[in-house]
Structures are given as structure tokens and as C-alpha cells.
Write a protein that binds this ligand. Structure first.
Ligand code: ARG
Length: 496
């Protein structure tokens, strides 16, 4: 019977064809394009050496390698499901890519500038390892949708790390605030003593800023988690791909709705940098206060030695390097935001090489934000308030002047007149170098007959802070409430 040998013949012919194909391709590459480019077919001249280095991104985008591999494995599984790859080819691809990942992680992988970027380096290495199946991986996709997907996978991981560090810092703030709900310090406006507040209240203001920052990152994460893969170069692909399957394999919430948009826009990265710039702006404000407070002039806090450095020439110095550096690093994150905005501005649809420039500002932002948060999260729980200095400073600068005005209003004097009366009392205090609480009852009554002995209840710092006992006020009871709300918020977040 002849029939049984037919499939074997067919298979053999198939294998032979593949081998001839390989040899032909190899010879062409060797004779025409010594650089072994993956897109060499159309070209007759090799790339200028400078242009090659100038256009290459592999020096920095190799950081995306684990995500590129993750993305390729999902793509291969999908191609297999829709019968574009065989099970065997898929297995070869997965094994090859896993080996490549291991060699990258071991620092043994040889990156080549001639292969331009992370995607082509990995694809070429795969083909070198597994042969023809490696060449089939790029079916139905392009580096354009590949890179856009890789960046989103990378950002998703980084957003999780950032969120964890942010929560750690918030936790530190909340415990320090709880320990200092009734620690009195001066509150400032225009950096002039304004009214007494509690240190816990001040710390919880920082907490609120960070809470909004974490909400901004969480919101950004929703738009990051959309999959461009399948957009191919710009228009989609004629292969019967299953984008929902790839999205599910990669943990994306859904595939992007428009292929042109998917490969070209980097608004999700810009949004991330904008949220980062705001976070850094907040950290720079905390930094500034920590620098001021740890100075001999304020002496409100003692910073742990581990977060300061000495001077090579002045032995007495203990410099608050960590907050100073974080304050300084805000500049580069703001700069990165402007870089990305400018990079995107006026780009026509769809992908343009300009977008290769998105990576360095993005990576730098991630590293700067993570480093700054880590430094702060480690430092904040170790800040020691110098309570006596805070109290002394709150006593200077007539911080209870508003309380005296409110007291007079309570006695039926219109606020504007009360303001005038207190101004006169402050002038006497300034001339005689005494706080309002140190003026005698007779002296105070000289400014208004409505003043009686109970005035001293409001002129004390404690009286002043305890009186501001409403939602968002500085009274210790309110601070404790804010602390317990914050703890519940953080616990809920961790539980979800
Ligand atoms: N390295 C490129 C980038 O980062 C990958 C995409 C290249 N696409 C292209 N058509 N040249 O954007």
C-alpha cells in the first residue's frame, strides 16, 4: 500500500524545505549584511556606525527584558491557540526564552548594539538557540506594539512597589502623629509664628498629601493596565489573533480599543510622571521643613545619625543630607515630566521613533521616586521631636493673639474692633518682651473692660489647641480621630 508512506514523504519534504530555507537565509545574511540585522532584507548598504549607535536603545531598554519575554511567551501561546504555531514550536519558544531570561539574569547575555534594541536582541538570540521556530515568533506583531506592551508591564510592577513604599511611609507618619497628638508646636504662615498647633496635626497634613498621591498612582494604574499588543505596526494584523487571550495571560484588564492609539500614545507614562512630580513636590515640602527643623535655630527635631552626614572640615556639623537630596531630586522628576510632554507634543499618528526617548525619563522617575520614598519611609519613624524647643517657640510670636480676639468676640465685641484691641496688647508685649499670657489682668483690662480673669484660659497654648475641636482641627482629640481613620484606611487598602 502506497498510502502509508505519503505523509512521511510530505513531512520529509517539509523538513528539507525548511533546511534549504535556513541555508539560503544564512548565506544571504553572511554575504549582504554583516551586521546581522533583523530587517536587513530591504537594505543594500550597512548602517553607518555612528547612526547605529545613535539610534540604538539597547543600552537602556534592556531593563525591559523580563517584560519583553513575558510578552513574547503570551504571544506565542496565543499564536498556538489560533494554529499559527504548533505546540512543539511554542514549547521551543518558551524554553528558549526562559533560557535567555536566565542568562540575562545571570549577567551572561551578550547585548549587541548592532541589534538595536532589547526586542531584536532577544529575538535574534532565540533564533540562534532554537532555529526556525524563533523566526516565527514575530508573526502578527511589531516592535511597536511590543514595546508599548513591555513598558506597561514594567510600569505595572513599579506602581506596585511605589504603592508599598508609600504605604510604609504613611504608616510611619501615622504612628509618629499618634505619639504626638498633644505635642504643642508653633504653626506658621509666611514662616512667621501664626497659631499653636499639635505636632501630630502637622504630621497628618503630610499624610493627607500622600494619600492623594497614592490615589493618583492607583488611578494611573488603571490606564496603564490596558494592552496594546495586537495593534501590530499600526493597523492591526491580518492573522486571526485572539487579543482577549493575550490580555488575560498578561493580566491586562482589556486590549486597547484602537491600534493606532495603542502603539503611539505614551499618555499613561506622562500621567505617571505627573503623579510622580506631585509626589516629589510634596516630599520636597516635607524635606524643607525637616531641614529647617533640624537646624540649631529651630531645633524642633533630632534626625537619626544614619540619615545625616558630617562635614570633612567642620567637626560640629550634622547635615540633613537625605531630605536635602530628596528636595533636590524633585527637579529631575519635574524635568522628566516636561521631557515626556515635549516628546509627545505634535507627534502625528501612529508610532514615531521619538517614542524611544520615553524610556530614560520614565526609568529615572521610577528610580528617583522609589529611592526617595524608601529613604523617607526609613527616616520618618526615627524622627525625634524636641518637645521643649517646640513649646518654647510656640510661646514666642504671640501665637494666641487670635484666641484673645475670639474671646473678645465672645464678649460681644465685633471682630474688627477685637482685632484692634489685640493689636495694642501685642504692641505692649513686644515692647516689654512678654507673651500675651504674661501680661497682667489689669494691663489687659486697660485695652478692654470686657476682659476678665477667664481670659487666661484661652491665652495658654493648651487652651488654644484644645479649642479647635472640630473635623480637621488641631485639637488632640481630632488628631487621634484622624490617626485612627488613617489606620483604618491603610488597613483596608492592605486588605484589598
Ligand atoms: N526601540 C524602539 C522604541 O523603543 C522599539 C520600536 C521600534 N519600532 C520601529 N518601528 N523602529 O520605541
Amino acid at each position: 500500500m502506497r498510502t502509508s508512506s505519503a505523509p512521511i514523504c510530505f513531512k520529509l519534504r517539509h523538513i528539507l524545505n525548511d533546511i534549504l530555507d535556513e541555508i539560503h537565509c544564512y548565506l544571504r545574511i553572511m554575504s549582504q549584511d554583516k551586521q546581522n540585522k533583523l530587517w536587513g532584507g530591504r537594505f543594500t548598504q550597512s548602517t553607518d556606525a555612528f547612526v547605529q549607535a545613535f539610534t540604538a536603545s539597547v543600552d537602556f531598554d534592556q531593563r525591559l527584558a523580563p517584560y519583553d519575554i513575558q510578552c513574547s511567551i503570551a504571544h506565542a501561546k496565543m499564536l498556538t491557540k489560533v494554529s499559527i504555531l504548533t505546540e512543539q514550536e511554542c514549547e521551543q519558544i518558551i524554553t528558549g526564552l526562559s533560557d535567555i531570561l536566565a542568562s540575562i539574569q545571570a549577567g551572561e547575555f551578550e547585548w549587541s548594539i548592532a541589534l538595536e534594541d532589547v526586542h531584536m536582541n532577544i529575538e535574534a538570540a532565540l533564533t540562534e538557540r532554537i532555529g526556525i521556530a524563533g523566526k516565527k515568533l514575530h508573526t502578527g506583531r511589531s516592535r511597536n506594539d511590543q514595546v508599548a506592551t513591555d513598558i506597561r508591564l514594567f510600569m505595572r510592577d513599579q506602581l506596585m512597589l511605589i504603592d508599598a513604599e508609600l504605604s510604609r511611609l504613611q504608616q510611619g507618619l501615622v504612628s509618629l502623629a499618634g505619639e504626638n497628638a498633644d505635642t504643642i508646636m508653633p504653626g506658621f504662615t509666611h514662616l512667621q509664628v501664626a497659631q499653636p498647633i499639635t505636632f501630630g496635626h502637622h504630621l497628618m497634613a503630610w499624610f493627607e498629601m500622600l494619600k492623594r498621591d497614592s490615589q493618583r498612582f492607583a488611578d494611573c494604574a488603571k490606564r496603564v493596565n490596558v494592552m496594546p499588543l495586537g495593534s501590530a505596526a499600526l493597523a492591526g494584523t491580518s492573522y486571526p489573533i485572539d487579543r482577549n487571550m493575550t490580555a488575560e495571560l498578561l493580566g491586562f484588564s482589556h486590549p486597547c480599543a484602537n491600534s493606532l492609539d495603542g502603539v503611539s500614545d505614551r499618555d499613561f507614562a506622562i500621567e505617571f510622571c505627573a503623579a510622580s512630580a506631585l509626589l516629589m513636590t510634596h516630599l520636597s515640602r516635607f524635606s524643607e521643613e525637616i531641614v529647617l527643623w533640624s537646624s540649631a535655630q529651630f531645633n524642633f527635631i533630632e534626625l537619626p545619625d544614619a540619615f545625616c552626614t558630617g562635614s570633612s572640615i567642620m567637626p560640629q556639623k550634622k547635615n540633613p543630607d537625605v531630605p536635602e537630596l530628596v528636595r533636590g531630586k524633585t527637579g529631575r522628576v519635574n524635568g522628566n515630566l516636561v521631557s515626556l510632554l515635549t516628546l509627545m507634543k505634535s507627534q502625528p499618528l501612529a508610532y514615531n521613533k521619538d517614542n524611544q526617548e520615553d524610556k530614560e525619563p520614565l526609568f529615572d522617575t521610577v528610580d528617583t521616586v522609589l529611592g526617595s520614598l524608601r529613604a523617607f519611609a526609613d527616616m520618618v519613624p526615627n524622627i525625634e521631636p524636641v518637645k521643649a524647643s517646640m513649646l518654647k517657640a510656640a510661646k514666642q510670636g504671640f501665637s494666641t493673639a487670635t484666641d484673645l480676639a475670639d474671646y473678645l468676640v465672645g464678649k460681644g465685641i465685633p471682630f474688627r474692633d477685637a482685632h484692634e484691641v489685640v493689636g495694642l496688647a501685642v504692641r505692649l508685649g513686644t515692647q516689654t518682651q512678654r507673651d500675651l499670657s504674661e501680661l497682667s489682668l489689669e494691663e489687659l483690662q486697660g485695652f478692654s473692660a470686657k476682659i476678665s480673669a477667664d481670659v487666661f484660659d484661652v491665652l495658654t497654648l493648651e487652651g488654644s489647641v484644645f479649642a479647635r475641636d472640630h473635623i480637621g482641627g488641631t485639637a488632640p482629640r481630632q488628631v487621634m480621630q484622624a490617626v485612627s481613620d488613617a489606620k483604618a484606611f491603610l488597613n483596608n487598602k492592605n486588605a484589598s
